[in-house]
Ligand binder design. Sequence first.
Ligand SMILES: NS(=O)(=O)c1c2ccccc2cc2ccccc12
Ligand SMILES: [Zn+2]
Length: 240
Amino acid sequence: TGHDWGYGVEDGPSLWHQNYPIAKGSRQSPIDILPQTASHDPSLGPIALKYDQCTSINIANNGHSVVVEFEDSDDRSVIQGGPLDNPYRLKQFHFHWGGKGCRGSEHTVEGHSYASELHLVHWNAVKYETFGEAATAPDGLAVLGIFLEGSVTDFKSFNPKCLLPSSLHYWTYLGSLTTPPLHESVTWIVLKEPIAVSEKQMSKFRMLLFTGEEEDQRMRMENNFRPPQPLKGRKVRSSN
Ligand SMILES: NS(=O)(=O)c1c2ccccc2cc2ccccc12
Ligand SMILES: [Zn+2]
């Protein structure tokens, strides 16, 4: 897949530091969230999501996840408020999931993993010219994390607008990309309430391949999640 990293035994998360030394940095993601330790910060307002005119461009299997890209030439789809000083533009969303059972999310809550985790990636177009420039700036990116919990209900196609849980209460902390190059440029906003996803939908993820269709040894795409990283003194804040 043209990348020097993956989720296997030879190229998985424990080896990423060899090519990406920042893997041992001071604000790496994901983390294990401890609700009791998260400090409630009354100054943290609600997050506001404006996805009503979201224009998806394509959906792709980038060899590590399934990614839906959006048109980001203007502020039609943005997240703002909460810990953010500016509106951040929606660039793409993608998922992380496990093989069988409930492991699969990247963030965990008191050691509890969910079946999958949806990441909506946004960038600070007020301060930076391009996504690439924002991706290396400490306040360049904001990723909204939403847990997906296996359940029997089914749900409509992936449209960020209708994909949100009823409550937008969140935890927030300063972190990084969870995949190489692991830039420490992400303000993470993780919603407390998971959304339901059916086993049928989960099985669709697992049909995706890490390898190209034409490659002989077909690698099923599963377990594409990085384990929790050390907090290193960071504070996790909780919205009201
Ligand atoms: N897991 S992740 O959200 O850190 C992530 C990104 C985060 C910020 C910017 C770009 C990102 C691209 C990703 C591509 C594949 C998987 C995770 C990715
Ligand atoms: Zn992600």
